[in-house]
Write a protein that binds this ligand. Structure first.
Ligand SMILES: C[S@@+](CC[C@H](N)C(=O)[O-])C[C@H]1O[C@@H](n2cnc3c(N)ncnc32)[C@H](O)[C@@H]1O
Length: 269
């Protein structure tokens, strides 16, 4: 879905609480990322863009008391909820990829970003910093929208924009995800990582109504969904999208297929 990159400006406590309840798709894909990273007991793990901390809490169960999991996120609303999950081996902090200087060289065994990469403004700097923080032999895991991300949804969004505005603005870029999946692979190699595995997995998310789907994307994007349009147009476009989605409803719900790219990398020993 089209969101304003790098901005959680519109986030709120309500959106963060909704995300905590609606984020099963990210949680399921996150568990897959964690299994591909083969996280072990006793390891030190950094979850960048941890949101409300569901996945970090799951990882802390794996690393156990001998390990440490730190979750960072720039949204104070999301960290507020995450902190309710804190325990001895699981801590959260308001910080973004711009603040990675806070951490020591060669410290973490594993660092991951689950549905976060496309939000980062300065991606080369973030990847270079992650490289510095990992121990030799340490692993970086990225899960992100893969090529052909949400084709069905994107075509509904484009049609709705066309119908409300009478045209689709050039800057309304729907190929963002495809470019970023390629960019991520280029960047990790340039920073010195070895790619251990790339895997694309298809998922189908089910929503009861178009309105529920919009709430999911609103809470996932910190309220920045379609903010490139002025409010009066944005509301019309969203209502158009909801109606188009409701027409796709089956007894099981509205099925939205999408694919996720998993990138598993290693800092050479
Ligand atoms: C879709 S949510 C994913 C949250 C979490 N990783 C999960 O799996 O549920 C994207 C998260 O990225 C965070 N984010 C946005 N820009 C960021 C940045 N530059 N550095 C770190 N996190 C960022 C947002 O605040 C938000 O919590």
């Amino acid at each position: 879905m089209v969101c304003q990159p790098g901005s959680y400006f519109y986030d709120s406590f309500q959106l963060a609480s909704e995300y905590d309840k609606l984020s099963n798709p990210q949680f399921i894909q996150g568990k897959k990322l964690v299994s591909l990273l083969k996280i072990k007991k006793g390891q030190k793990v950094l979850d960048i863009g941890c949101g409300t901390g569901r996945l970090a809490a799951y990882v802390a169960e794996i690393t156990g008391r001998e390990g440490t999991v730190i979750g960072i996120d720039p949204s104070p609303f999301r960290i507020d909820i995450a902190r309710r999950r804190e325990k001895e081996n699981l801590k959260f902090k308001v910080a973004s990829t711009e603040d990675l200087y806070l951490f020591k060289d060669n410290y973490f065994d594993v660092i991951y970003l689950n549905s976060v990469f496309h939000w980062i403004d300065n991606k080369p700097q973030a990847i270079a910093e992650i490289y510095r923080l990992l121990k030799p032999g340490g692993k970086l895991g990225i899960a992100m929208g893969a090529k052909h991300q949400n084709l069905l949804l994107m075509s509904i969004v484009r049609k709705s924009v066309q119908s409300v505005l009478g045209y689709v603005p050039k800057e309304f870029d729907t190929t963002e995800y495809r470019r970023e999946a390629e960019e991520a692979q280029g960047l990790v190699l340039e920073s010195g990582f070895k790619i251990l595995e790339t895997k694309t997995q298809n998922y189908i998310d089910l929503f009861k109504t178009g309105e529920e789907l919009i709430r999911f994307y609103e809470s996932s994007s910190g309220g920045s969904l379609l903010r490139e349009f002025p409010d009066f147009q944005r509301k019309k476009i969203i209502s158009h999208i909801e109606q188009a989605l409701d027409r796709l409803k089956t007894p099981k719900g509205i099925a939205i297929p999408h694919s996720i790219l998993f990138l598993i990398c290693e800092k050479p020993k």
